[in-house]
Design a protein around this ligand. Sequence first.
Ligand code: SF4
Length: 658
Amino acid sequence: MPRKRRPAPSKASRLSDLFADVGPLASRKSGYAYRPQQLGFARAVEKTLNGRGVLLADAPTGTGKSAAYLAPAILEVASSGGRIVVSTATLALQAQLLSEDIPQMRAAAAELEGYPEEEGVSYAVLKGRSNFLCVRRHQDTLRAGTILDPDLISNLDLWAVETETGDREDLPFRVPVGPWVEVASDGEDCSPRLCTFRDGCFYYAHRDRAGEADLIVVNHSLLLANAVSGGAIFDTEGAHLIVDEAHRLEEIMAETFGARVSYGRVRYAMRQAKKRCESATAAADRAEMAADLFFGDLGSGASVLHESPPRSYGTLVDALVSVQSTLASDPREEVNALQGMVGRLRRDLVSFYSKPDEDYAYAVVLGRSRRGGGRSYPELKSWLVETAEVFRENVLPLFESGGVVLTSATLATGSGPGRSFSYVRRRLGLDDSSVSDRVDEFGGEEVFDYEGRCLVYVEEEIAAPTLGLPDLFAASCARRAEELVKLSRGRALVLLSTNRAIAAFRERFRPPYPVRYQGDDSPGRLIRWLKETEGAILVGTRTFWEGVDIPGSSVSLVVIDRVPFAPPDDPVAAKLREKAGERAFREVFLPKAQVAVRQGAGRLMRRASDRGVVALLDPRVATKGWGKAVLGSLPPAVRTGSLAEVARFFVEEPGEDG
Ligand code: SF4
């Protein structure tokens, strides 16, 4: 609801007052400095929210984009009411928003507008239900004896009585994923209307609390799940939507709207059926046995998707039908509800062996390794390939009466004046005439002094990567990377495009500095090691192209082995190629690679005071027609092909305080 205020700054000047060098935000944020780029972005967001538009915003690293979108959003909701939904892809950004950015901006807005801070906008995180203990399932599990570890059972029992949140994050002891899914809330096994535990339900209490907040923070999966449910998870009426890390939206949509059918999923569903309905036991046992054969056969190569299923497919489908109809005919309504879980499983399974939907890609993929060393089966997996319609028809309509901001440091392809939003427009359906009038673009200017503090090395000498001789290229890269890290005195992040390249580096890369590889430890610990170890070098693949944020000199060199085009056997890439033919390269693969190169190179400069070299070891950028587009995605710094110049750059390095 609108706050009572003393006479506040005019609407036109309130953002400049908020972001002023000596202003309410500066007094709360340590190391704050006024940036015209940040204010420019905030103004573009304000215009979008007021005009109920859709803004595509590319805000380079250093812009301070969270504050730039939170400021106009919080001011708007504080003065006019309504609600803000902020969606992120990563937990790290959620944590930063909740612990720092939102409280600071809420307090700064209250000071600016002259109302007490405690009357400022309320905010909450809204998590998915699988994070919460389901009281009913916990009771059922105890009765069924599904969790076998007695210590775990008694710890969970005690915690279930004491916890106020039921949130997995608050568990004082470790519960492995397997037992947790047995007791966690599951939408396919929950009928709140019939549940006798509804009043003490942790998930619904959390949802109700978050439902009252003016500003809620969700992740992209929950945003999409809410869209699919037509807004049943959280209310979006009159709400504005801000999607940060929006470059991940397409990939998360592809996963969320696709299906995964695994041995584990069949077993889980059958266990729930047996737990709740004794008469389904025989059919559920049959389904489990058939699944064992089915997934065992899947890896043998004898079956073909959409044509010839593995031998036990028919038995498995029949058993699932039988379990489903037993559940449906049970007189207890809450048992009937479980048939949805089994029905969806059957439908997903059948989708891999019936006529394929042209908007999807399908594949048999390696299964996740099973805990306890059990046999790991291959799995069936599908992805939504055509994301445009889903975003336009399912997500946007929920925010029709508010503004929508999609932002990221790498939302566009290219950089500077050559930046283009065509790719994201196409993939999110925003070039369609039904919405294109609502869409605006904001390309923020670079904040960092790349000309003065960064050098881009582009390889000219080593042989280009070829499909036939991948190891030769990896060997040349390892040698060149060795020379480069000697010049930078370690302090390097080496980003490789394939696991095969990692293996080649392990064999050949022998720098005179400590080096560790992806897989040697958890990503978080490896990143900490890189930050804290003098002269350290971390070698990784895609996990590290985005997730490394280490300001300072610990990352003074970023080496990228090659332009990361999707491999030819990638199922989504293959489907896109099949659908778009020749156009697929220019319209999909090249823009994706440009964004990836921008992300990788973006690991170098995290603060204005950082300094270093980005090295791209793929000589094709100088010879191929697409090379210019990729070069345009590298930081706007001086470019060189000379190692001597790289050496000079590092020799000229000022001391830590310079
Ligand atoms: S309402 Fe649903 S999530 Fe809550 S306790 Fe009941 S079954 Fe579990």
